[in-house]
Design a protein around this ligand. Structure first.
Ligand code: BTN
Length: 309
């Protein structure tokens, strides 16, 4: 009902009478008023005048009803420990493919390699539940598709020259805008579900904790809609996921076009070792191929990649 009411308001700039709303929605005028009150409680500025109601502004909160095509799959929480934990729990209980768990803020947001992901108000924090019908060795394809979809989304919506740093950070001018954390469960060598957690610095200021990070608001000098980023990203992801399953070469080729890692001297750190060399290529398993100082090639499967030049 909320999405229908908002749809009606957004189709006109005008005041809409209670009577028109009640006829269009097929509910009583008292019911209309109750729904309006609920929307107001959620932060929608709706003016009630003797002639009817008018939507003056909407909060930039990714409420499920803001995604009418996906409403049943979107779960929004103002605050959680980590969307990874909530999503995993939901996935184990059978949540559908493409369910999304979003948080306004996280009290224990986590990043790759056991790091903390600071999750203040204003950022976009969500975990997607995916159920690709693939063997577990193909899981990296999901990450390639997701980083590609996110980088394209940022570029298309903001015009910024966003790039992917291997394996799947999004950077703008060398500063980290977004990070991705994937976890999965498998059964009999097949993926049961993958949870892809994404944190995007949108209208928050991450530099307090991470001097080498940036946010869209800082880069563009104005707030950016989290709802729009998420909606666009989910649409893009659908396309890239299909492509990564059917035509990995194409996905990797596209990924190579927008990466800032290849051709650079890098150090890749894991808790066990650091490898330094020239980032030559990505192979068909998603591994980074480094040319070491002695000319030999090394395949790196995971780690934290830092550019040296
Ligand atoms: C990284 O760059 O280290 C990955 C960061 C991933 C952060 C996101 S925010 C939403 C989801 N919930 C978490 O606790 N982490 C991921």
């Amino acid at each position: 009902m909320k999405s229908k009411i908002l749809g009606l308001f957004r189709s006109t700039q005008d005041i809409i009478s209670g009577e028109i709303l009640s006829t269009a929605l097929g509910i009583s005028r008292v019911s209309v008023w109750k729904h309006i009150q609920k929307l107001q409680e959620c932060g929608y500025e709706i003016e009630a005048t003797p002639r009817g109601y008018q939507l003056l502004s909407s909060p930039d909160t990714p409420f499920p009803w803001e995604f009418p095509q996906r409403e049943g799959l979107i779960h929004y929480f103002p605050e959680v420990s980590s969307t990874m934990d909530i999503a995993k729990e939901m996935a184990r209980k059978g949540a559908s493919h493409f369910s999304v768990v979003i948080a306004g803020r996280q009290t224990s947001g986590r990043g790759r390699l056991r790091r903390t992901w600071y999750s203040d108000d204003g950022g976009l924090y969500f975990t997607l539940i995916l159920r690709p019908n693939i063997p577990l060795q193909w899981c990296f394809r999901v990450n390639f598709a997701a980083s590609l979809a996110l980088c394209r989304t940022v570029r298309r919506l903001t015009g910024l020259n966003a790039a992917v740093k291997w394996p799947n950070d999004i950077l703008v001018d060398g500063k980290k805008l977004s990070g991705m954390l994937s976890e999965m469960e498998a059964e009999a060598e097949m993926v049961s579900f993958v949870t892809v957690g994404i944190g995007i610095n949108v209208n928050n200021d991450p530099t307090e904790y991470e001097p080498t990070a940036c946010s869209l608001r800082q880069l563009l000098g104005k707030p950016v809609s989290r709802k729009e980023i998420l909606a666009r990203f989910l649409d893009e992801l659908q396309t890239y996921l299909d492509e990564a399953e059917d035509n990995l070469e194409k996905t990797i080729a596209e990924w190579k076009e927008i990466t800032c890692t290849l051709g650079r001297r890098v150090s890749v750190m894991t808790p066990l070792e650091t490898s330094t060399g020239l980032a030559l290529d990505i192979d068909s398993t998603g591994a980074l191929i480094l040319e070491l100082p002695d000319g030999s090639h090394k395949k790196v499967l995971y780690g934290d990649c830092m550019t040296e030049d």
